[in-house]
Each structure stands twice: as C-alpha cells, then as structure tokens.
Design a protein around this ligand. Structure first.
Ligand code: Y12
Ligand code: CO
Length: 175
C-alpha cells in the first residue's frame, strides 16, 4: 500500500526515531509499504518518519549506471550505526519531504555502517559515492534532522522564502 509522505514543515519530521526490537510481520509490512511509496514517488531513499513512523528504519535504492532502479539493489537498514567515516564530499541533495528544493550539503565521503536486516541479522556495509550520501541523509531523518537544517543561515532564509512562495503557488493552482 502506498503511504502518504509527511512534508516540511510537519513537526513529526523533527522526532527522534525509536530502536526496533521486534522483527515481525508488522515491520515487514512497513518495509514493503515504504518501498512502494519510495518507488512510486521517484525516490532513492526513504526513512520511516517520512511516512509517519518514528522507527529506526530506512530504505535505499540507488540507480545503476543506466540510471535504472532495481529491487536487487534495494537495501533495508534497521537500527543503523556509522562505525567509521572519512573524507568530505558535497552533493546537491533533495528529499521527498521537502519537494522541489535542492541544495548542496557536505557529508562524509566514505562510511562503514553496521545495521540489521528485516529478520534482525547483523550486517555491515562500506559505502562511498551516492550510497554514502544517501545513507547519511536518511540516518539524519532518524535523529529528526532534515538536509535544510544543515544549510548556512543565509541559505536557510533563501529556502524559507522560496518554499513559502512555492506552497502558495501550489495552493493557487489547486483552487
Ligand atoms: C542524495 C541525496 C539525497 C538522497 C535522499 C533521498 N532523496 C530522494 O529520494 C529525493 C527524491 C525526490 C524526488 C522528486 O520527485 C521527482 O523527481 C518526480 C522530487 O521532486 C519533487 O518533489 C517535485 C524531489 C526529490 C539520496 C541521495
Ligand atoms: Co529526506
């Protein structure tokens, strides 16, 4: 089932998500629904709080060299923890919860992440490039942090102005 994406400035996006203790049917249904929601919204990453569940759950589905997304490259992360990080990289990020806005954000270039899969098995992954950026973006959601919270004061002001204007235009086009 496709779920509704929570959009900025909804306060739920500021919530800190809770550790998953039970790897049961309910978790599997949430993961399946999140996947359907992410793919049908043209997303490459999604955290559970973006569909209103404050749980330490996220999905990543990075497109391949032909810009195609396949379920084979889907990564489901439960209770992720970054154990190693190095370097700095900058990428123009976007977020399904902040539609139509993109900005440069600095992240660690390479990371190692320990996490659990949907059955509670412990896993570890070394990531760089877009996967590393996407994991860090989604892990920020688990702490209630959006990529716009990482902007400088002046860029944030620019965002608030642009976003308000876009929301107004959206409302007008619907009326
Ligand atoms: C690099 C940077 C950030 C991430 C986090 C995951 N972000 C997304 O999946 C963003 C998706 C997105 C999709 C949009 O919709 C379309 O392109 C049709 C979009 O545009 C609108 O909302 C109008 C914005 C963001 C991963 C890697
Ligand atoms: Co996001």
């Amino acid at each position: 089932m496709k779920l509704t994406i929570v959009e900025y400035p909804d306060k739920r996006l500021k919530e800190k998500s809770k550790t998953i203790e039970r790897f049961d049917k309910e978790l599997h249904q949430l993961l399946d629904d999140m996947y359907e929601t992410m793919i049908s919204s043209n997303g490459i990453g999604l955290a559970a709080i973006q569909v209103g569940h404050a749980k330490r759950v996220l999905l990543l589905n990075i497109p391949d060299e032909n810009d195609e997304q396949s379920i084979e490259s889907l990564i489901e992360m439960i209770n992720p923890v970054i154990t190693q990080k190095s370097g700095v990289t900058t990428y123009q990020e976007g977020c399904l919860s902040v539609p139509s806005f993109y900005e440069d954000v600095d992240r660690h270039e390479s990371i190692t992440v320990n996490y659990q899969d949907r059955d509670g098995n412990t896993k570890s992954i070394e990531a760089d490039g877009l996967l590393s950026i996407a994991i860090q973006h989604e892990m920020d959601h688990l702490e209630g942090i959006l990529f716009i919270d990482k902007l400088s004061y002046s860029r944030r002001k620019k965002f608030e102005k642009e976003y308000k204007r876009m929301q107004k235009e959206k409302k007008l086009s619907k009326s």
